[in-house]
Ligand binder design. Structure first.
Ligand SMILES: [Fe+2]
Length: 231
C-alpha cells in the first residue's frame, strides 16, 4: 500500500474517482444484499441474482481497464513507478473476481438445470463479502493516494481529457447500465449536473432512454426534482 501523499495540493480540483466509485460501491452493496437474500432453490430468484452479478462484474472490469489504460498509463508517463501499486491491486482483484464469476455462472447453470444451489450460494455470499471488503479498501486508497498524485501531475484540463477518453470507450448500452448505479448514488446536485451535461451532448433519443432507465432507480420525489431541474 502506498503511503506517500503529495503536499500543497490545491482544493476543489476534479475528483476523478467520484462518479465511478459511487456507482461501484452502490452496485457491490446491492449484490451483497441480493446474494444473501436469494432463495437458491428458486430459479427466478437465481436468475435475478445472476443478472445483477453479471452487470456488476462487467462494470468492475470496464472500470479496471479504464484505470489501467487511461488514468494509470498517463500517470506512469509523468511519474514512473507511481501506478504500480494500483496495477498490482488490479491483478489481485481480477483473480478474485474471476473465481466469483465462475461460481456465479455455475450457480446459474445448475439452477437452470433444476438443481438446488443453496450450498454454492452460501459460498458465493461469503467469498463475495471478502472480495467486497478488499475492493472498498482498494478504491478508498485510490482516492486518498492516487487522486492527489493525479492533481500534482495533471492540470484540470488534462484530467478532463482523461475523462473524455474513458467516456468515448463506453458503448451506449453500457452507459445505461452505469447510469442505473451512478445516478441513485449521487446527491441531487451531482445528478442534476451529470444529466444536464448528458442532455447538452447526447442525441435526444438516447437522453430520453437514459431518463427512462433512471426513473426506475430513483424515488418519485428524486425523479421529479431531477426532471424539473432539467426542463
Ligand atoms: Fe482501481
Amino acid at each position: 500500500m502506498q503511503t506517500f501523499v503529495p503536499k500543497n495540493i490545491k482544493m476543489n480540483r476534479p475528483k476523478v474517482y467520484d462518479v465511478p466509485h459511487k456507482a461501484l460501491r452502490n452496485a457491490l452493496s446491492q449484490l451483497s444484499l441480493l446474494a444473501g437474500k436469494t432463495n437458491y432453490s428458486d430459479q427466478q430468484e437465481v436468475k435475478q441474482f445472476y443478472k445483477l452479478g453479471e452487470d456488476v462484474f462487467k462494470m468492475l472490469t470496464i472500470h479496471a481497464n479504464d484505470e489501467n489504460e487511461v488514468t494509470l498509463a498517463e500517470l506512469e508517463e509523468r511519474c514512473p513507478g507511481s501506478s504500480q501499486n494500483d496495477l498490482d491491486d488490479h491483478v489481485q482483484i481480477h483473480l478474485a473476481q474471476d473465481k466469483l464469476e465462475k461460481l456465479l455462472s455455475k450457480i446459474y447453470n445448475n439452477s437452470k438445470s433444476g438443481m438446488d444451489t443453496t450450498e454454492d450460494g452460501a459460498e458465493f455470499y461469503l467469498a463475495f463479502s471478502e472480495f467486497h471488503g478488499e475492493y472498498l479498501e482498494h478504491s478508498a486508497a485510490e482516492e486518498r493516494v492516487t487522486q492527489p498524485l493525479l492533481w500534482k501531475y495533471f492540470t484540470d484540463e488534462e484530467l478532463a481529457a482523461h475523462r473524455g477518453k474513458i467516456m468515448a470507450k463506453i458503448p451506449p448500452r453500457s452507459l445505461l447500465t452505469w447510469f442505473r448505479f451512478i445516478v441513485p448514488a449521487q446527491s441531487s446536485n451531482e445528478r442534476i449536473g451529470l444529466l444536464t451535461g448528458l442532455k447538452a451532448m447526447a442525441p435526444p433519443t438516447f437522453f430520453n432512454e437514459a431518463m427512462e432507465v433512471i426513473k426506475q432507480v430513483l424515488t418519485e420525489k428524486e425523479f421529479d426534482l431531477l426532471n424539473q431541474s432539467l426542463s
